[in-house]
Design a protein around this ligand. Structure first.
Ligand code: BES
Ligand code: MN
Ligand code: MN
Length: 457
């Protein structure tokens, strides 16, 4: 059977596959920064050329209002299922740069890991699929099924150009199953299939107390300080038990089932090990739930940043005119970003004191995802991972968000397989991001098997 040849090809070309990933990492495709616009463009070109190497019949770089979408397809298996592969070539900013042990855009190997921005999120993970496809094409001369491939450049900034692309190209993108590697495994040696993701709603709160900054001696005591007003507001968003206090916030939350609870309790997750990895003196999560349930199945509200007033060297006696915060809410089924946005805005306006002017800006959002495990694609994925890793796969949910997942599954009406090869402690979005080198290789093998398994459905 030709799959053995594809597997052998991947093993023989392991070093080259790694070398190419290092080249991809070297392109600083930070989507949020206008300074890197040309780099993002260059990265899209690299991905386009990599798709050509695979042997796709059609490869396109689709310009958008912001960053290009790279699309490729190979439809040479009539009568066979079609996979829609999704990934992102954009990365998060690298600051604080001084905390990186090696430069973020010079991928470097240490202790069985490849360090660099985007190694695991998501360059290494989508690239291994291209290498799995190449392994099929260069040995069998064909893929076992049809593949359509979208690699975008705006995932880390909310995927805003992708929805219009999806809506305008529904027919072109029709497929039987979506495949995404942009998540993690629950533990090394435990290949994982993620069937649930949280959604997100993101806000900026701006407060103004006076026309301009004021002398705190002359005015202090009679003028409301907007930073105090802001911290008061933030303090009223959650109670002591970790519940979000916004009225109506939990109305549509689907409770975790007993079956899921039992399955989660069986996973190799240790709260104390997790605490040590985080490096916090103590953890805190919602009363009545386990840590994993809180991370994966319960909504969460977090202040992502807060600023205002004087923060320079020394002291300056001032009542600042403004205060600001960025707040994100992680959503679970069936919370809708727009509905939560309305509730959030209404509550914040209600509790804001009359001495300040407040505005709430709604930034990007994404809906939560929960797959139907009874769909046969999950069995196929599970068999593929078992062949790739030599161990049984587990089914997990995760707390992160990939906004496009719901857009895609709803618009195209297909199941979605989230098969991630990241690991706990991978430092995604943080300094010293890494991908496990063994996972990069085993992930490639698993993808080779996945296409085979899905083709037999
Ligand atoms: N790959 C992550 C999402 C993820 C990480 C899912 C780990 C599951 C486990 C993705 O690149 C990401 O960072 N998403 C953002 C979405 C946001 C920018 C709209 C997130 O979750 O913060
Ligand atoms: Mn990602
Ligand atoms: Mn990310």
């Amino acid at each position: 059977m030709s799959i053995e040849k594809a597997v052998a090809y991947a093993e023989e070309n392991r070093d080259r596959f790694l070398h190419e990933l290092k080249e991809l990492i070297a392109i600083p495709s930070v989507s949020s920064s206008s300074e890197h616009k040309q780099d993002v463009q260059r990265c899209a070109q690299y991905v386009r050329d990599a798709m050509k190497v695979v042997g796709f019949e059609r490869v396109e770089m689709v310009e958008t209002e912001r960053h290009p979408i790279v699309y490729g397809e190979w439809l040479g298996a009539p009568g066979c299922p079609t996979v829609l592969l999704y990934g992102h070539y954009d990365v998060q900013p690298v600051d604080p740069l001084e905390l990186w042990e090696t430069p973020p855009f010079e991928a470097s190997e240490r202790d069985g890991r490849l360090y660099g921005r985007g190694t695991v999120d998501d360059k290494g993970q989508f690239y291994l699929h291209l290498k799995a496809m190449e392994s099929w094409m260069k040995t069998a001369g064909k893929l076992p099924l049809n593949i359509k491939c979208i690699i975008e450049g705006e995932e880390e900034v909310g995927s805003e150009s992708l929805e219009p692309f999806l809506k305008e190209n529904q027919d072109m993108l029709a497929a039987d199953v979506a495949v995404i590697s942009d998540t993690s495994m629950v533990k090394k040696g435990w290949p994982s299939i993620t069937y649930g993701l949280r959604g997100i709603a993101y806000f900026q709160i701006d407060l103004r107390g006076s026309e301009q900054d004021l002398h705190s001696g002359i005015f202090g005591g009679a003028v409301k300080n907007p930073i105090h007003a802001l911290t008061d507001i933030i303090g009223q968003l959650k109670d002591k038990d970790g519940h979000v206090t916004i009225p109506g916030f939990y109305d549509n939350v689907v409770e975790v089932t007993e079956e899921e609870r039992a399955a989660m309790a069986e996973l190799p997750f240790d709260e104390e090990v997790f605490r040590q990895e985080v490096g916090a003196p103590e953890l805190t999560w919602e009363k009545g739930y386990s840590a994993l349930e809180s991370l994966w199945c319960r909504p969460a509200l977090d202040v992502n940043g807060i600023w205002g007033g004087f923060t320079g060297e020394g002291s300056k006696t001032v009542i600042p005119a403004e205060a600001h915060a960025k707040v994100s809410v992680r959503l679970v089924p069936n919370q809708e970003p727009d509905v939560i946005g309305n509730l959030f805005e209404k509550y914040i306006n209600e509790i804001s004191p009359p001495e300040v002017e407040i505005t709430v800006q709604r930034m990007h959002g994404g809906r939560p995802f929960l797959g139907d495990l009874s769909h046969p694609v999950f069995g196929a994925a599970s068999r593929a991972l078992e062949k790739g890793f030599g161990t049984k796969a587990v089914f997990i949910r995760e707390g992160g968000s990939i906004p496009f997942v719901r857009d895609m599954t709803d618009t195209l009406d297909l199941p979605c397989l989230l098969i991630g090869f990241g690991l706990p402690g991978e430092n995604a979005h943080a300094p010293n991001e890494w991908i496990d080198l063994e996972n990069y290789a085993l992930g490639t093998l698993s993808a080779i098997h996945l296409y085979q398994e899905l083709s037999e459905m």
